[in-house]
Design a protein around this ligand. Structure first.
Ligand SMILES: Cc1ncc(COP(=O)(O)O)c(C=O)c1O
Length: 383
């Protein structure tokens, strides 16, 4: 007999891996209400606190008034509206590329684009800790899939040399992230760019957690290192520091034209609401403004506090506890003390590395950051 969903759920639960939705009774601000209690929110990706910024709320409402609530069709039919085009021009300008293309989410961007860039006969090489959307996009592509150990450029280079020696003509796409979503560390981007170039490969850089946070005007790690024009595909999302939702890829006009023709998540999906695109433009402007710089400065101060004087490299701070039960118990204890910090378990992270994932935000108060550090000490003592 085919297995029932109930038996699958039991298996998941027996491994301590069952996930349940836990709704909030409030919006997703620096603090939230859950079960009638106020909790300091260290669980979101809203690194600058823009998700509740009045300028973005106003832009969203203005967008609805000007362009309506929905897009009514896919972009290639009649869904390309003025804010979509304006957003793409703004992203391309901010990223220093000829063109850009926006999608409903970062996930759709990866799953849509990777199979449009490589296919059977090509190879895609992923960092071992690449995000699920990149893994799924790679699998969908039909290209041969290879993995290099996390941030191990020497291994990546060896793999590239081997593949190129076998086939001089196929496409090789290297896929990595600027800031790893569950570890908060950075990729060695300059080294990766060097080995990718020297083996005539292409680089897909996912800047999801760097966009708005790192680099001049928050424009990411590639901008920070002056590498933007040496990276074929700079991907990111409006779902984290930008405070909204939606994904983008910035690249040459030719690649973007090909994606418009080949990326199925773009071709066969209704365009994001025009008001969302309109609000994304406002978010991009805000992130690149002096106010954006001030928010990044404030966030950096929180990272100094969290690091006890030495700043954490990014707002994502993992506290690895090992087993799922241990991470879940620690998260519950923090919640009892008034902090919302998620327990992250397999399959989001490798088995045996379950963790608390703390994410800092400019929206917090410095005092709250210090209180969290104290609570964390008490919760992790002896674990
Ligand atoms: C590294 C990375 N890439 C892509 C995504 C997907 O972005 P979105 O939330 O916009 O779908 C995420 C979000 O979880 C992410 O962490």
């Amino acid at each position: 007999m085919p297995r029932s969903p109930g038996s699958e759920l039991q298996t998941i639960a027996s491994q301590g891996l069952l996930r349940n939705l836990r709704p909030l009774d409030s919006g997703a601000g620096a603090s939230v209400i859950r079960n009638g209690r106020e909790l300091h929110n260290f669980a979101s990706n809203d690194y600058l606190g823009l998700a509740t910024h009045p300028a973005l709320t106003d832009a969203f409402i203005e967008g609805i008034r000007r362009f309506g609530a929905g897009s009514a069709s896919a972009r290639l039919v009649c869904g390309t509206l003025p804010p979509h085009e304006a957003l793409e021009a703004a992203v391309a300008q901010a990223k220093g590329t000829e063109a850009a293309l926006v999608f409903s989410s970062g996930f759709a961007t990866a799953v849509g684009c990777l199979p449009a860039i490589v296919g059977r006969g090509d190879t895609i090489i992923l960092d071992k800790l690449a995000h699920a959307s990149l893994i799924d996009g790679a699998r969908l592509s039909g290209a041969t899939l290879r993995v290099f150990p996390h941030n191990d450029v020497a291994k990546l280079e060896r793999l590239l040399a081997l593949l190129r020696a076998k086939d001089a003509n196929s496409r090789i796409l290297v896929v990595t992230e600027s800031v790893f979503s569950m570890d908060g560390d950075l990729c060695p981007l300059a080294e990766i760019v060097r080995v990718v170039e020297s083996h005539d490969a292409l680089l897909w850089l996912d800047e999801a957690h760097a966009f708005g946070v790192i680099g001049p005007r928050g424009m990411g790690l590639a901008a920070e290192l002056g590498l933007q024009d040496r990276i074929a595909f700079q991907m990111g999302t409006f779902s984290k520091a930008a405070g909204l939702s939606g994904g983008y890829v910035a690249a040459s006009s030719e690649w973007i034209k090909l994606l418009i023709n080949r990326a199925r998540a773009f071709i066969y999906s209704t365009a994001p609401p025009p008001a969302l695109a309109h609000a994304c433009i406002a978010s991009l402007e805000l992130m690149r403004s002096e106010e954006g710089d001030a928010l990044r400065k404030r966030l950096h101060k929180h990272l100094l506090l969290a690091g006890g004087g030495g700043a954490m490299p990014t707002p994502i701070v993992p506290v690895i506890l090992g087993e799922s039960e241990s991470a879940l118990a620690a998260a519950m204890q923090l919640e009892d003390q008034g902090f919302m910090v998620p327990a992250i378990r397999y399959p989001t992270v490798p088995r045996g590395t379950a963790r608390l994932r703390i994410s800092h935000s400019a929206a917090h108060d410095p005092e709250t950051v210090l209180l969290l550090m104290q609570a964390l000490k008490s919760v992790t003592k002896g674990r």
